[in-house]
Design a protein around this ligand. Structure first.
Ligand code: 1GP
Length: 254
């Protein structure tokens, strides 16, 4: 499958700097509040706006994406769907994900089959992405809803096995997820192992609350680090992301 404009940007930009993804959950705030949060995040230095959530995202998704598109220029708006209702025609692209360590075929391929004709009709750029949930992901929404068999933190070789399978299946990105608001983040050993042994682009999210923690993920080999809960809680999102950016700048895999 051809690499589209947004994915090319992700590949190219991540060779030059650590990329920060700001995650907006449409269900958690009004479209206006969320659009302002996205605008501030982009002003502070976020490279990507991701939009999605595990529960209820579809209710105000279109309105939220449209408002964000109006307010945020020069930063791609990418859908991060939690289910079939996470698709909107107004975004620039969609992380077309399979939760490959789910125990339920719905989250591995059926939701994708139901969403694919919609993505196709909307001519959305689909970015083939494996979604892998780590412990303690099983206790957060994504893991619980997605019937994940979460990867134990001390078993990075299992995450590598999934990453290799994803690569052999033709996926180009892998999203390593600890779960929104998780107390522990994705282990560095898993990131390092996947970086060393695959050519996948690596996105890491879940429980990341500081630039210092993110810098470690980038040094281990992450291309993109995603922050969601943290930017819902801070007063000045622009300043927070700016500080975060200054802490991760230069922190790339050598
Ligand atoms: C959740 O990885 C994302 O799917 C972001 O997690 O909300 O903990 O930043 P946080």
């Amino acid at each position: 499958m051809r690499i589209g404009k947004v994915e090319s940007y992700m590949h190219e930009a991540s060779k030059k700097r650590p990329l920060i993804g700001a995650l907006i959950d449409p269900f958690k705030d009004t479209p206006e509040v969320n659009a302002e949060r996205a605008r501030k995040a982009s002003l502070g230095g976020a490279d990507i706006i991701l939009i999605g959530g595990s529960v209820g995202a579809g209710i105000t998704l279109n309105q939220t994406v449209r408002l964000i598109k109006e307010k945020v220029k020069d930063v791609p708006i990418i859908l991060f769907p939690g289910n079939v209702d996470g698709v909107s025609p107004y975004a620039d692209a969609i992380l077309f994900m399979s939760l490959i360590n789910s125990t339920n075929p719905y989250w591995i391929i059926k939701a994708q089959a139901l969403a694919a004709p919609i993505v196709w009709k909307y001519k959305l750029e689909a970015i083939p992405t494996a979604y892998v949930i780590f412990e303690p992901g099983g206790r957060t929404s994504a893991g619980w809803i997605g019937d994940a068999n979460p990867i134990p933190g001390n078993r990075p070789e299992i995450s590598l096995a999934y990453a290799l399978a994803a690569q052999f299946l033709g996926m180009r990105w892998i999203y390593l997820e600890a779960g929104s608001g998780a107390e522990e983040t994705v282990p560095l050993e898993a990131i390092t192992m996947i970086r060393k042994n695959t050519s996948l682009g690596i996105i890491v999210g879940g429980g990341i609350r500081s630039g210092k923690v993110a810098a470690e993920k980038f040094k281990a080999g992450a291309n993109i680090v995603v922050v969601g809960t943290a930017i819902e809680k801070v007063g000045d999102v622009e300043e927070w992301i700016r500080e975060f950016r200054s802490e991760v700048n230069g922190a790339t895999k050598t």
